[in-house]
Design a binder for this molecule. Structure first.
Ligand code: XBP
Ligand code: MG
Length: 259
């Protein structure tokens, strides 16, 4: 590994769903529906309904939110937590099969930036609400067989009780990195994710995803269409990208200084 770049940033902390890959509409949502069909419960989350359910982070929590807020009283199970856990186990198995089928690609610029960060001696971490196995499977199938090892810390799913927008998952990652929030830059895609990273004290770059275009990104350093590639510039939706067209370490250091 080369010597670390001379800036203030020691580590990049990435959200997963919507940030590393646009996984919700054609990934998680499909896995939930496959689980409902396998279980024989007769539910179906269409694209519009799932967009509303994304207000709640965490698959088990999202199922319980659906039961409490979208099912008529007489259709609610006696133990929603047990049903949610059972459905979520099936859903996770189905989601992993879906990722293993190669249907979910990394978003523009993600692989390039991760490699550049490693070459520059920056440390990498993940802070996500999704289930740990979902993360490692996505990394293995979309990045590299050993990509899990690229991340010093993978803070995922139930490692914390309070999911995003609570700051807990970012604080858990910072503690294990032994870094202060000011030494890190967070990458997120949603309002819940931004609230979480900001509450943990991290400056944050937003790349909007298919469900988060209308989210409130107040407090982000910048809001972009994606991380961009040298031959495929990002669009700046809010904030200052200093005339640049793709995110690299130099631009991240600039945001760390100016944001
Ligand atoms: C997004 C989430 C997760 C996924 C579903 O996580 O809220 O709950 O939607 O995954 P993030 P699980 O944006 O923080 O990566 O069913 O495993 O929770
Ligand atoms: Mg996300």
């Amino acid at each position: 590994m080369k010597n670390k770049s001379s800036g203030v940033i020691e580590a990049l902390v990435f959200d997963v769903d919507g940030t590393l890959a646009d996984t919700e509409r054609d990934g998680h949502r499909c896995a939930f529906n496959e689980a409902f069909e396998e279980y024989g419960i007769g539910w179906y989350w269409d694209v519009e309904l799932y967009g509303r359910l994304l207000a709640v982070s965490g698959g088990k929590e999202r199922i319980q939110f659906f039961i409490e807020s979208f099912l008529p009283e007489n259709q609610r199970p006696q133990h929603p937590d047990r049903l949610a856990a059972a459905l979520h186990r099936i859903k996770t198995r189905r989601y992993i099969e879906l990722v293993e089928s190669g249907r979910l690609a990394l978003r523009p610029g993600v692989k390039r930036l991760l490699k550049e960060a490693r070459d520059a001696g920056l440390r990498l971490a993940i802070a996500t609400t999704t289930t740990p196995d979902n993360v490692t499977t996505l990394l293995r199938h979309s990045l590299a067989e050993d990509a899990e090892k690229w991340f010093e810390v993978i803070a995922a799913g139930d490692v914390v009780l309070r999911k995003k927008p609570a700051p807990d998952v970012y604080l858990w990652a910072l503690e294990r990195l032994r870094l202060s929030p000011h030494q890190c830059m967070a990458f997120e895609d949603s309002e819940n994710g931004l609230k979480s990273s900001l509450a943990a004290g991290l400056k944050t770059v937003i790349t909007v995803s298919s469900y988060s275009v209308t989210d409130n990104f107040e407090g982000a350093c910048v809001v972009l269409s994606d991380l961009g590639e040298p031959d495929a510039p990002f669009k700046t939706l809010a904030g200052n990208a200093y005339g640049r067209t793709y995110v690299d370490i130099a631009l991240i250091e600039r945001w760390a200084e100016k944001c």
